[in-house]
Design a protein around this ligand. Structure first.
Ligand code: NAD
Ligand code: TYD
Length: 379
């Protein structure tokens, strides 16, 4: 078991990052270290999602603070150097990314910048800070796949099953499936995965990598299928279904993903990649149907009436047909398995969005940025 002391979480104000940080502080008693959350606060990052954590474990609980926020970009190498030195970082969990396929089709450049160049900057700085050099510190570090690193350090990269491309009616993605990304988003994530593995094979950097299927749950930006549909149903807006609605994704409740990441960080083998999935394939239209039933029951509405707001719209260009994950490796090797049944996760997610309209309005309007300006200075 690794003991993680100073974890640099990048993108900790996004959907999965927020859930990960909350899990570590609230539901992981064996975690006694510190978290340094580095986030650029793009449209997808919301610092107020962690207000409760900040109050309990952050600035207000000085001097024993265990949570720190740093506003910054993972592409800024100088900024990364400063953070590594300031907090004596021994662990990186890289969530920071541009994550929405539709946005990547319309504007791919920021995907290449953050997902590819940002991961490169993080890897390079981690290597420079962690590789033990017995030579002259003014000279370049010796290059060796057997290079020595500070004991216990680990670089975990969070990635997606979309790097494997699109499946036909049968088959599953395994850790050895070839990479065949088809959208600008998945191509940029595939490139970042390759860089992570290259830093391990060429420079000996201790890394782990995970490829997870579609997540859902609290704090997800309402541009992704499940939160978008829930909010549109609650607001009586149309439900846009791409193509014939029969594209298939494998879905996992976000808590199960964050627990898998913690499991890999604690005991995953360095240089290994692990697939994470819910073994839970659904057609998009079937999910929308389930959501309609749940929402109708909760608002005392007519499922048929909500169903009438479904609009089949033009398909996404290059829309991957089916994703399905074989996650036998993490189950057998590390003892992780999914805990939240899909229906239970969906119901909890609907309840969360119904109870958190302030969060929804803030993230949609960008209002939380005033809070950032007050607390962290004008940007
Ligand atoms: P998200 O879009 O909700 O959040 C991304 C976060 O990264 C935001 O807080 C944003 O402000 C921050 N960020 C963006 N660019 C940055 C930069 N240059 N420097 C610093 N911070 C920056 O994403 P998410 O859904 O939480 O996904 C997190 C990670 O998990 C991503 O790497 C994604 O590829 C991966 N992933 C997501 C899913 C999913 O279903 N959401 C599934 C598998 C893997
Ligand atoms: P999304 O949540 O964007 O995740 P990803 O594309 O990364 O899998 O979309 C999930 C599925 O839902 C995908 O097949 C596209 C489809 N979709 C719609 O049909 N309508 C929508 O409004 C959205 C956002 C997605």
């Amino acid at each position: 078991m690794r003991t993680l002391k100073n974890i640099l979480v990048t993108g900790g104000c996004g959907f999965i990052g927020v859930n990960f940080i909350r899990r570590l502080f609230k539901h992981t008693p064996e975690f006694t270290g510190r978290i340094i959350n580095l986030d650029a606060l793009t449209y997808a990052g919301n610092i107020t999602s962690l207000q409760e954590i900040e109050k309990e474990f952050g600035i207000d609980s000085k001097p024993e603070s265990r949570y720190f926020f740093e506003l910054g970009d993972i592409c800024d190498r100088q900024g990364l150097e400063t953070i590594f030195a300031k907090y004596n970082i021994d662990t990186v969990v890289n969530f920071a990314a541009e994550s929405h396929v539709d946005r990547s089709i319309l504007g791919p450049e920021t995907f290449v910048k953050t997902n590819v160049m940002g991961t490169f900057a993080l890897l390079d700085v981690a290597r420079r800070r962690w590789q033990i050099s017995t030579g002259d510190p003014t000279q370049p570090l010796p290059v060796s796949a057997d290079a020595e690193y500070t004991p216990g350090v680990i670089f975990h990269h969070v990635s997606t099953d979309e790097v494997y491309g699109s499946l036909g009616e049968s088959g599953f993605f395994t850790e050895t499936s070839p990479y065949e990304p088809r959208s600008p988003y998945s191509a940029s994530k595939a490139a970042s995965d390759h860089l992570v593995m290259a830093w391990h094979h060429t420079y000996g950097l201790p890394v782990t990598l995970s490829n997870c299927s579609n997540n859902f749950g609290p704090f997800q930006f309402p541009e992704k299928l499940i939160p978008l549909m829930i909010i549109n149903m609650l607001e009586g807006k149309p439900l846009p279904v791409y193509g014939d609605g029969k594209n298939i994704r494998d879905w996992l409740y976000v808590d199960d993903h964050t627990r898998a990441i913690w499991t890999i960080l604690s005991k995953g083998r360095t240089g290994e990649k692990y697939n994470i999935g819910g073994e839970n394939e659904r057609e998009n239209i079937a999910i929308i149907d389930e959501l309609i039933e749940i929402v109708a029951e909760k608002i005392n509405g007519e499922p048929q009436k909500i169903r009438g707001t479904i609009q089949f719209v033009k398909d996404r260009p290059g829309h991957d047909r089916r994703y399905a994950i074989d996650c036998a490796k993490i189950k057998e090797e590390l003892g992780w398995q999914r805990e939240t049944p899909f229906e239970e996760g969906l119901a909890k997610t609907v309840e969360w969005y119904m109870a958190n309209t302030t969060w929804i309005n803030r993230i949609r309007s960008g209002e939380y940025r005033y809070w950032v300006e007050e607390n962290y200075g004008r940007r």
